[in-house]
Design a protein around this ligand. Structure first.
Ligand SMILES: NC(=O)c1ccc[n+]([C@@H]2O[C@H](COP(=O)([O-])OP(=O)(O)OC[C@H]3O[C@@H](n4cnc5c(N)ncnc54)[C@H](O)[C@@H]3O)[C@@H](O)[C@H]2O)c1
Ligand SMILES: O=C(O)C(=O)C[C@@H](O)[C@H](O)[C@H](O)COP(=O)(O)O
Ligand SMILES: [Zn+2]
Length: 381
């Protein structure tokens, strides 16, 4: 097993293995990043929790390409394991998917000191994390993210949950993982549309608080999409940014909400599209970030040149930036406003948005006037 160093990432040319420490109060853990980590799952889990049984939860697409390696790794270290395979796609992150996973874990007699291993993208990670949080009132989870999005975002920070027909992630729990294994070689089998969707959450870290990272991405984005050292650098840099925010505000009472840049609009669009593959989460975030910049400009908060620069970059990568880019029907402005009203940042009925005063300068805006949002949506549709 390689040694783990926790120094900050500076350039893409650094070693292919990185470790980022998440110093969340009372439950610190490591994110290991680099190629070949799925093959090391058994050794790392045996070292972390000797004698534990492991329930792997994955989806059918991931099972086809990566489950065998994980099972072989667990078997090689003598870890008893079972696998639960769910249907791929956002619709699985709902009540039925939760019932399937929880019942399978109970059926497999997974005990409190055993481990649940989420092997897959954000859908598997969020669903499995939530199932583990409620199983026997709490079983520990290891996240093994296999999409770019899940490696840079969803496997880190402990937000778990499922969607309600009334909105995104409305049922869930904070349940930090005990270990994250981000095997960057697993991304080699990921369809390019999914890589690009994950890239939206990478750009988010630049836009919300790190203008220099955004500059780097403007130059190096092809390497992140195609694979190579730029990709590992981007995963590590993103995990560092998220780890720092989560460590100071685990339960989103303050500036963790910055990680929601683009999500108030984005989540409403995802729900409006019926959580279907018409609009992936990362694509919704790309549109949402472009809208957050344009809305900030409308309010006189952000220079127009920054709005244009963000839109151009997302479009160059091949991400959508406008509501009209979503294929098929969406709710009208009233319908979108009803979905926005279910956002978890709403407080005493008042809307909260993450707005920007420029690239790398996001802030939490409370009491945003709903009439302004409605007028903006009417204008941009
Ligand atoms: N908890 C958080 O902090 C957080 C953060 C961001 C997003 N999310 C959630 O994450 C979800 C989106 O996650 P996602 O974009 O990873 O989507 P996903 O989990 O649906 O995975 C995307 C697709 O890729 C397939 N796949 C996954 N890994 C693969 C691989 N290595 N090779 C081939 N195919 C593979 C999956 O089967 C699926 O079809 C959303 O529900 C979103 O709300 C949560
Ligand atoms: O970790 C966070 O905090 C985030 O907001 C990350 C987001 O990218 C992610 O999509 C998250 O699930 C959204 O959280 P929600 O609380 O708005 O459901
Ligand atoms: Zn997100």
């Amino acid at each position: 097993m390689p040694a783990t160093a926790s120094s900050p990432v500076a350039t893409a040319a650094e070693a292919p293995r990185r470790t980022v420490h998440v110093d969340v109060a009372g439950r610190p853990y490591d994110i290991h990043i680099g190629p070949g980590l799925l093959q090391e799952a058994g050794a790392r889990i045996a070292a972390l929790r000797p004698g534990a049984r492991v329930a792997i939860v994955t989806d059918a697409n991931v099972a086809a390409v990566h489950l065998a390696a994980v099972e072989a790794s667990l078997a090689a270290t003598g870890i008893e394991h079972v696998a639960v395979v769910v249907e791929p796609g956002e619709k699985t992150k709902g009540y039925k998917g939760l019932e399937q996973v929880v019942e399978a874990l109970i059926g497999a007699r997974i005990e409190r000191r055993d481990l649940v291993l989420a092997l897959g993208g954000g859908v598997v990670g969020d669903l499995t994390g939530f199932a583990a949080a409620v199983l026997r009132r709490g079983v520990d989870v290891v996240q093994a993210p296999t999409t770019l999005l899940s490696q840079v975002d969803s496997s880190v920070g402990g937000k778990t949950g499922i969607n309600s027909p009334q909105g995104k992630n409305l049922v869930g729990a904070f349940h930090q993982p005990v270990l994250v294994l981000a095997d960057t070689a697993a991304l080699d089998t990921l369809p390019v549309r999914e890589v690009k969707a994950g890239y939206a959450e990478v750009v988010k870290y630049g836009l919300l608080g790190d203008a220099a990272f955004f500059d780097t991405l403007e130059k190096d984005w092809r390497g992140v999409i195609e694979g190579g050292p730029e990709r590992i650098f981007a995963v590590a840099k993103s995990c560092e940014a998220k780890a720092a925010i989560v460590a100071r505000d685990e339960k989103e009472t303050g500036d963790r909400a910055l990680l929601n840049l683009g999500h108030t609009f984005g989540h409403a669009l995802e729900a409006g599209a019926g959580f279907s593959d018409r609009l992936l989460h990362g694509e919704a975030v790309a549109i949402g970030m472009a809208l957050a910049f344009a809305f900030s400009r409308r309010l006189g908060l952000c220079p127009g040149q920054d709005v244009t620069r963000v839109e151009r970059h997302l479009q160059a990568v091949g991400l959508p930036t406008r509501i009209a880019d979503v294929p098929g029907d969406l709710p009208d402005t009233d319908g979108l406003m009803r979905l926005i009203a279910q956002d978890k940042k709403v407080s005493r009925g008042a809307l909260t948005f993450i707005l920007v005063s420029g690239i790398g300068e996001a802030f939490v805006a409370k009491d945003v006037d709903g009439a302004e949002v409605r007028a903006f949506l009417d204008e941009v549709r």
